[in-house]
Design a binder for this molecule. Structure first.
Ligand code: UD1
Length: 420
């Protein structure tokens, strides 16, 4: 098992280039199986989760060519060989569930191992299944698998009880080939939904309204191949914004869409960080003035992203004053609190609220990366902690950040990866 050893850092200085979005590329790869023609994706991040999705697509019958050196992927699915996504792959990556909508639309059947809970919550899928049912699919569950089948999918009006990102994507991918019009209401508005809709429209789908709370889909009888470039990863962007702020450094972040990180910009500015948007990218300066506390509450987009909560909390542990962090999206997303406290932070939790007493000098310690973003938070905390921070279970981090430590090293950090 590999570990990261992180040393206390000087203020980070320099430029960093953001990779394509993990959460955008996964549904887009799944959508590629909606056609028997070739799909060409660029700006694809080289990540463990992308590898797992490649494996899943190959097991379904796709021919997948990876050109990771150029961040490109080609996917052609002349024929679906099996409609089943096995447990071995689903347990490695919950995003495997995103193959369900495209499989159902293309073959009339999808059988997927039901994803279990994970470190951050129970993570049910009933909204995905309700959506498929509303399009006319029959759902049967047995022996840990869930199967959806339909002779024909028919458009319908579907109201989502919660704007789930995955359910919006899955049902949108099923509805593009359904007969007639589908209206999805109270859907997720994340930029990754818009990127997926843009890709589907390039394939010949007729989707309007992605990025708002109502999406209208006019079903078409078939889709064709398409080329698409993946949007920059807004969570990686936010993580490097925090890297500049937490080390009181100055970092130019390139390949960003500032609109996608509005809440992070707003909250860092509130705390005293200077942020300039230029033609070159986003300049984040953490050394201009003393930084102070601020409160955050996670919400569906365009609210503050839950995927940035742990990294922001690490930052709050280093600024003057007391901050409240309220997590409303996942029920158990404070696993990093215990680890940050092992490093000398003073964070108390009460239900879904954490109170961070800031400006404690952090100390390096042995800590565990409990999930992807929690792991990123520990790396950030390690940059400001006296001595060495030893982070284990880093496979979580490598699931979702491309060249993570290389990018930090490029800004002057001392982080090494060691095999135990
Ligand atoms: C996606 C992101 C993940 C991010 C999350 C919220 C991907 C691959 N992952 O996950 O990084 O943290 O959005 O921004 O894009 N829920 C239900 N029933 C359902 C589905 C979801 O109750 O059928 C609940 C979940 O338990 C959770 C909340 O809705 O409490 C948000 O989940 P959802 O938006 O579905 O997240 P994912 O798509 O799994």
């Amino acid at each position: 098992m590999a570990k990261y050893l992180v040393q206390k850092s000087e203020p980070l200085v320099g430029e960093v280039e953001i990779s394509g979005s993990k959460n955008a590329v996964l549904p887009i790869m799944a959508a590629a199986i909606l056609t028997d023609e070739a799909c060409e994706l660029s700006e694809v991040p080289a990540l463990r989760d992308v590898d797992v999705m490649c494996k899943l697509l190959r097991s379904l019958g796709s021919e997948v060519t990876e050109e990771y050196k150029y961040n490109r992927l080609n996917i052609t699915t002349k024929q679906i060989l099996t409609e089943e996504a096995p447990y071995e792959l689903v347990k490695k990556m919950r995003g495997s569930i995103l193959a369900m909508g495209p499989l159902l639309a293309r073959t009339g059947k999808a059988r997927i191992a039901r994803p279990g809970g994970c470190a951050i919550g129970a993570r049910p899928i009933e909204l995905h299944l309700k959506g498929f049912q509303a399009l006319g699919a029959k759902i049967v569950e047995s022996h840990g698998y869930v199967e959806a089948s339909a002779d024909k999918l028919i458009g319908n009006n579907i109201y989502f009880d919660f704007p789930s990102v995955g359910a919006t994507e899955n049902v949108m991918m099923a509805a593009v080939l359904a007969e007639g019009v589908t209206i999805l209401e109270n859907v997720a508005e994340e930029p990754e939904i818009v990127d997926l809709a843009n890709f589907l429209n390039r394939m010949g789908a007729r989707i309007k309204g992605a990025g708002t709370d109502t999406i209208k889909i006019e079903g078409v009888s078939s889709l064709h191949g398409a080329k698409h470039s993946i949007i920059p990863d807004r969570i990686e962007t936010g993580t490097f914004m925090i890297a500049a702020a937490i080390t009181r450094g100055t970092v130019l972040i390139k390949n960003v869409v500032p609109d996608h990180v509005k809440p992070i910009i707003a909250k860092l500015k509130e705390s005293g960080v200077l942020i300039d948007i230029t033609d070159e990218g986003m300049l984040v300066k953490g050394d201009a003035q003393p930084l102070t506390s601020t409160d955050i509450k996670t919400l569906p987009y365009p609210g503050f992203p839950t995927d940035m909560q742990s990294q922001f909390m690490a930052f709050l542990a280093t600024v003057k004053g007391s901050s409240n962090v309220i997590e409303t999206v996942f029920e158990n997303r404070f696993m990093h609190v215990g680890e940050l406290n092992r490093m000398g932070a003073n964070i108390k939790t009460e239900g879904n609220c954490a109170i961070v007493q800031g400006e404690r000098g952090l100390q390096g310690a042995q800590v565990i990366s409990t999930d992807l973003r929690a792991g990123a938070a520990l790396v950030l905390a390690g940059l400001t902690a006296e001595g060495t921070t030893e982070i284990s279970e880093i496979y979580h981090i490598e699931r979702g950040y491309e060249k993570f430590i290389e990018k930090f090293r490029g800004l002057g950090a001392t982080i090494i990866r060691v095999e135990e």
